[in-house]
Design a protein around this ligand. Structure first.
Ligand code: GAL
Ligand code: ZN
Length: 669
């Protein structure tokens, strides 16, 4: 699917409409110098392409596409439906979305869309049809880029049209009001409904709004937005067959929380992702690896494409550090190692005006006599040298279960501890596996897990009965499972599974939890192993009652003193571990190390910390990516001889990777 954009794609968002046409000539000359193969065009161009309702001006876009084409650069062509023109809103002010507070957003930015607006849907279909008819057979058009980052900056809308559509969605989901009343637990606080017309969006309420209603509204929002994507996709398939359709995801948990990317991954022809480093105190290269692994997983393991990242700093955080020399290449090739068939940026030429003039670009205000430009040119050459890896697959060692819907549910109000954060646990477990040099696939809780020796569940508050059965058969069949606390608690309606918690996971874990005992801010608990070694936990403890599981570590103090803190359950051919408190990095590593032993995973103690080693394999060979995030040379044992693709050098046995460098080796086969 990605072959139309070149073996490996290199390029970025290109916004020629911000520049006089003379500049376009320089753009393509420099694109060629940098080895650019593809650019994303027209993402925000609706107002220029359709200056008045039904009146189109494609002349400038014709010229841009032709210019790129004659220079051998492919086009990832946008449907500009993330920014309807001002005239559209003048005629349809009701298409502006309404916030939960009841405030209608204004025009003058982007993404101000009520996804239930019929007028919006019609207008979006209209411009999409025009583009498909005009450019659908142009040889330069390699991919369709529908919309931009569905789900941000606004996803849910609380207007009348949205509420009406929510009611219709509920009627299809539940069929009868009785079923809805049951699912939403409306017997609680007297919320029983007798007429569909009385149902509203979960508005600002005096105190906590019905959690099942909130969860369904999040699902409705996600599905409605995806429906609008699918409508555009189907037009493009019909009028421009053979050109793959994508929309750029933001899978990083720090960047979008409203889209269920398991479902989105199935809706696109090719998965593409945008990723930006967050300076939130965590190691940025670990966050990047996690987002890349998550993206590959929503693509079902198929090659995907990094459609946007930044050459240097962004401009939307409180402080926006410039990337260090070599960091842009490490970031780019870090995505490639984890399955991206290329690396693209926001954006090609730095804007002089508008909201993003201080966001870095491949071609900065400083021009070509600049560090960023020299690194951009070098990276283009490096990506070119890796062409043969296209279409190969990243090899994973273990899986982490992740479910956006469970995350939505866990984030609702009035939990035993509001500081218990699913994303924090997912980040921390991921980091532990990363530091053990294990490559991770993410999986949906109901997916087939039999390929993985080790499956880790950092936070699965909402787990269906089917998920519970899936994990049971995974362990019985020989898998090793590690589950963190507050998982398996509720079903899809945020209703506690019958009987003691964790209802969905009781059998596989071989235990029940009699009571949660969350800890106060700063409170820690000591945990002792049988051999006398000590661990510590914070935030959470609970009264674990083994029902077949063996205590491995025990609380030495705190509310659950004397009770098991970490347990191990042998079941069938496999083993299920349970961790009932929040462990820090060293403690988590101790548990994961032991579980990895159960899973038969050999430790990689020969690899230095922050030296990332990831394998892709394919028809043409097996490729080992080594990314040295440290300031010292790394010596990496490679059990073979072969060729390093970026330098062309031969190596045997041990690969020396200079500080901050990336190496990609093809072992002699
Ligand atoms: C992305 C967006 C781009 C640009 C970029 C800046 O989320 O798709 O258009 O705004 O952020 O970091
Ligand atoms: Zn609306």
């Amino acid at each position: 699917m990605l072959s139309r954009v070149g073996r490996l794609a290199y390029g970025g968002d290109y916004n020629p409409e911000q520049w006089p046409e003379e500049v376009w000539q320089e753009d393509v000359r420099l694109m060629r110098e940098a080895g650019v193969t593809v650019v994303s065009v027209g993402i925000f161009s609706w107002a220029l392409l359709e200056p008045e309702p039904g009146v189109h001006d494609f002349g400038w876009l014709d010229r841009v596409i032709e210019l790129l084409h004659v220079n051998g650069i492919r086009v990832d062509l946008g449907t500009p439906t993330v920014v309807p023109p001002a005239w559209f809103y003048a005629a349809h002010p009701e298409a502006l979305p309404v916030s939960r507070e009841g405030v209608r957003y204004g025009f003058g930015s982007r993404g101000a869309i009520c996804h239930s607006s019929e007028a919006y849907r019609q207008a979006a279909a209209g411009i999409t049809e025009q583009l498909a008819r005009r450019y659908g057979s142009h040889p330069a058009v390699a991919m369709w880029h529908v919309h931009n980052e569905y789900g941000v900056p606004v996803s849910a809308c609380y207007c009348d049209a949205s509420v009406a559509e929510f009611r219709r969605w509920l009627q299809i989901r539940y069929g009868t009001l009785g079923a809805l009343n049951q699912a939403w637990g409306t017997a609680f606080w007297g919320q029983h409904y007798t007429d569909w017309a009385h149902i509203d969006a979960p508005r600002i309420t005096p105190t906590v709004a019905n959690p099942a209603q909130q969860l369904d509204f999040a699902r409705f929002t996600d599905e409605t937005i995806r429906g609008n994507f699918i409508a555009e996709r189907d037009i493009l398939h019909r009028l421009a067959p053979g050109i793959p359709v994508t929309t750029n995801f933001m899978t990083a948990l720090s960047q979008c929380d409203s889209m269920d990317y398991w479902a989105w991954g199935k809706a696109v022809d090719v998965v593409t992702n945008d990723h930006y480093l967050m300076t939130d105190g965590r190691r940025t290269h670990v966050n990047l690896a996690m987002a890349a692994d998550l993206t590959r997983s929503v693509a079902g393991g198929e090659p995907w494409l990094l459609l946007e990242h930044s050459p240097s700093g962004v401009n939307w955080q409180r402080r926006n550090p410039a990337k260090r020399p070599g960091e842009m290449a490490r970031n780019s090739l870090g995505h490639v190692a984890r399955g991206s068939d290329g690396a693209m940026f926001f954006q090609w030429r730095q804007s002089r005006y508008g909201a993003e003039k201080f966001h870095s670009a491949m071609l900065p205000h400083a021009g070509t006599d600049s560090r960023v430009w020299r690194e951009v040119v070098q990276l283009g050459a490096d990506i070119g040298a890796l062409a043969e890896i296209a279409d190969s697959r990243t090899v994973a060692d273990a899986a982490i279960l992740w479910d956006w819907q469970s995350w939505w549910a866990q984030k609702l109000e009035w939990r035993p501890s509001q500081d218990n954060d699913a994303r924090e646990r997912a980040d921390s477990f991921y980091e532990t596996l990363y530091d053990r040099h294990l490559t991770v696939d993410f999986a949906h809780p109901e997916a087939d897990l039999s390929a993985y020796p080790l499956v880790v569940v950092p936070a699965l508050y909402l787990a269906t009965e089917a998920a519970g059965r899936n994990l049971l058969s995974y362990v019985e069949g020989g898998g090793t499972l590690v589950v963190s606390y507050f998982s398996g608690i509720v079903d899809e309606h945020d209703t506690v599974h019958p009987g003691p918690v964790p209802g969905a996971l009781r059998d596989v874990l071989g235990l029940t939890v009699e009571e949660f005992a969350p800890l106060l801010d700063g409170e820690r608990v000591r945990i002792e192993a049988a051999d006398g070694s000590e661990l510590a936990g914070d935030l959470w403890a609970e009264f674990v009652v083994p029902q077949g599981a063996d205590p491995v570590w025990t609380y030495a103090d705190g509310p659950a003193a004397g009770l098991p803190a970490v347990t191990r359950h042998e079941l069938g051919q496999g083993t299920a571990w349970y961790v009932s408190t929040r462990l820090g990095a060293a403690e988590l590593d101790a548990v994961i190390a032991t579980a990895a032993g159960d899973a038969g995973i050999a430790p990689r103690d020969d690899l230095p910390r922050d030296v990332e080693v990831v394998r892709r394999t394919g028809e043409h060979g097996s490729y080992l990516f080594v990314i040295n995030h440290t300031g010292t040379e790394a010596k990496v044992p490679v059990d073979a001889s072969g060729t390093e693709l970026l330098t062309g050098e031969r190596f045997a046995g041990v690969l020396a990777v200079p500080p901050g460098a990336v190496r990609v080796v093809r072992a002699d086969g």
